[in-house]
Design a protein around this ligand. Structure first.
Ligand SMILES: [Mg+2]
Length: 423
């Protein structure tokens, strides 16, 4: 079989870049995008990075820098990002017959069958320039015989300006050079939980991991880390639509705009997080084996004023049905609720995630998946994919819990009233 060639495109500073698409006047301005509730910085333009604004920093801690450097601040606008993401994925289809979207702003694509493409670097620049010209988003592109190498190549494309944003790792000598200068945290699938132990084995770079005894890796860290090491050696282990497991739980939580002692407000917040977590879980084709609910007062409160609690429930049958998840979430909340405290944070964790492959049920199992439930969830996901259109009553209509979004850009691409006007 011929050698595989897998490409990876990854958008640069995606959310910040999306905000700039419709604001050409800000093309060279430092710009940051904030998390839900305008809490922390979750995306920075290149100019903001250069000013040393760290990822994840709370907004209130960069007030001075914002004034001094005239940094533009935006609340997150996921309808806009989702729409631009879809356009990028659609455009990528013109360049490869086989695409796997991996996250909102990155996708693998297989070029193995495209025999007419021989100069990958040139092809990478063609893709990059086309997406920039037609959609306005800058991307980095890498090519390699495995996904793990493509990921590493994409980091390099971003890290080293001399590459021009395109890296071709089809040549083993080039792979080796990059492995030697890549720290472990740049390697896809090497979780934080492994890094310390690997460090004790003197595995510090991607090259160290690639050269290590695969049997010891498997014995001490499991088959996935062994596969990652093989992939670094150019041996394909994660084919298209197969990836190392990264996420074992989905958490949705927020800091409330205003602390509240109202059960209904916290209930609405928890219900909304449950709905959102269930949606992202269904997008990944997974089922939850367990749900946990938590909430707490401000952690800086006096011990007298502090209360926080969490409670989990296991499901006999893993589920992705929002109605079941909501019922459990509200039940859990009722069990740990206490009046007279002012709560400022609430959330939901879905864990024990299973692949949704029709669920294996045993012979005595009387639980049957209700096809109507599946249709209903699909319908809701479709209706709500751009903007919330329908919701469960438990999510509330007052939206008193709703996060602050003081700096949100218009929904240029998904709401008629926000469409860009040309004067
Ligand atoms: Mg990105």
């Amino acid at each position: 079989m011929s050698r595989r060639i897998i490409g990876l495109i990854d958008c640069n500073n995606f959310f910040a870049s999306c905000e700039k698409v419709f604001r050409p006047d800000l093309a060279d301005s430092p710009l940051v995008v904030l998390s839900n509730n305008d809490g922390c910085v979750i995306s920075r333009s290149a100019e903001a990075k250069k000013l040393g604004i760290p990822m994840g920093i709370p907004l209130f801690r960069i007030r001075n820098e914002i004034d001094r450097y005239n940094i533009r601040v935006f609340s997150c606008n996921f309808a806009l990002y989702g729409d631009l993401s879809k356009r990028i994925m659609r455009t990528l289809q013109e360049f490869s017959p086989c695409i796997e979207q991996y996250s909102i702003d990155e996708a693998f694509f297989d070029l193995t069958s495209m025999k007419n493409v021989t100069d990958y670097e040139e092809y990478g620049f063609k893709i990059k320039n086309h997406i920039l010209k037609t959609i306005g988003i800058p991307v980095s592109v890498a090519f390699a015989p495995t996904k793990t190498l493509a990921k590493l190549g994409n980091y390099a494309a971003k890290k080293y300006p001399k590459t021009g944003g395109v890296v071709n790792l089809s040549d083993p000598a080039r792979q080796n050079r990059l492995l030697k200068i890549s720290p472990l945290e740049d390697v896809w699938g090497v979780g934080r939980q492994y890094r310390e132990k690997l460090d004790r084995l003197n595995i510090k770079t991607a090259a160290d991991l690639a050269d290590y005894d695969p049997q010891i890796l498997r014995r001490r860290f499991g088959v996935n880390l062994e596969r990652t090491a093989s992939e670094l050696n150019g041996e394909l282990c994660f084919d298209m639509n197969e990836n190392p497991p990264l996420r074992k739980q989905i958490m949705h939580s927020s800091t409330l705009g205003q602390p509240t002692s109202s059960f209904n407000s916290i209930k609405e917040s928890v219900c909304n997080h449950t709905v959102a977590a269930a949606e992202s879980m269904r997008r990944e084709g997974q089922l939850a084996g367990m749900i946990a609910v938590f909430f707490r007062t401000n952690s800086f409160a006096d011990s007298r004023d502090y209360y926080g609690a969490s409670l989990a429930q296991k499901f006999i049958y893993p589920t992705d049905d929002t109605r079941i998840l909501l019922r459990s979430a509200v039940n859990l909340l009722k069990q740990i609720w206490r009046d007279h405290y002012y709560y400022s944070k609430a959330g939901v964790i879905l864990s024990d995630l299973n692949e949704n492959n029709g669920i294996q049920l045993d012979l005595f199992n009387r639980h049957e998946e209700d096809p109507r439930a599946k249709n209903l969830m699909n319908l809701m996901d479709r209706l709500n994919s751009r903007e919330q259109q329908i919701f469960f009553l438990g999510q509330g209509i007052s939206r008193g819990w709703k996060a602050n979004k003081d700096y949100k850009s218009p929904s240029y691409t998904t709401r008629w009233s926000d469409i860009l006007k040309v004067k």
